[in-house]
Design a protein around this ligand. Sequence first.
Ligand code: ADP
Ligand code: MG
Length: 319
Amino acid sequence: MEFSLIDRIRERTAQARDDVRLGIGDDAALLAVPAGQELAVAIDTLVEGVHFPRGTAAADIGWKALAVNLSDLAAMGATPAWALLALTLPNADADFIDGLATGFAQLAQPYRLALVGGDTTRGALTISVAVHGFVPAGKALTRTGAQVGDLVMVTGTLGDAAAGLRLVQQGGQDDPRSAWLIERLNRPVPRIAAGLALRDCASACIDVSDGLLADLGHICAAGAVGAQIDASLLPRSSALLDWFDDDASLDFALSGGDDYELCFTVSPQKLAATQAELARLGCGATRIGRIVAGEGVCVRDRDGRQRATARPGWDHFAA
Ligand code: ADP
Ligand code: MG
């Protein structure tokens, strides 16, 4: 269908790679996985009004649709290689397609990621991206492996994207003081380099897409362990703290989604080397708590009391 739309996408996302034997244009792409590598494969869908607010710029949508997927590869310690793009559009709007493809390409380019195919259909605006990455056989990072006594770490800062969404919903997108938080919402930067470095240090890893409590909860469930988090240690940006008070910003940091930072566990012996390696990559990482025997995530206030957490993580099918 719609070859001119597909051509527009192809032109804007062109990326030559030897391992793409046949890209966009045939019935299927033909791809060569390098010897000794496993494929890490992930897919994520963005639905207008659910995963991004109506009115989000096309280029931001294209960037974010790829970013949320690259974040999954980052959490596995995989190197991005190829992507598929399934687009459902209410109409064949060339400007929108051009913007979307341009935003996608801006993020794809530094990784030399090739768009190798997709599908284009008509309907409510929905963007699915599937990514494929390489990881040396047996070396992938997973959610499983956290040990009692490990430290819980997180890259960057938490809560910014959820705060950015709140500001957009309040009509604050034209206030220059909200620009950075909204950028965190619309243009998340996947932690690919950090994920690769963590392959050799972390015992478990996940990307924070649904909120720290929910995502760290997955590490706990996978490892049959619990986690104790110290609220006062949660890394919060000065922009977040400028806009929201201590309590509201803590809520965003604990339960807000869309940050796409990495949450990982590391043995205390490896902490210094891990932090040095991440710092070398320009990626800050903060110790926020530790893995304990038991189950679930417990958050303690500055004074040691257990903090009641206002909202659980995002669940599309929650009542
Ligand atoms: P088919 O009927 O064989 O699925 P399509 O007309 O859907 O063919 O697609 C033609 C070619 O264009 C295929 O190679 C497909 O992978 C590619 N393609 C379709 N839509 C997109 C898209 N949104 N992004 C990238 N490639 C696409
Ligand atoms: Mg098709």
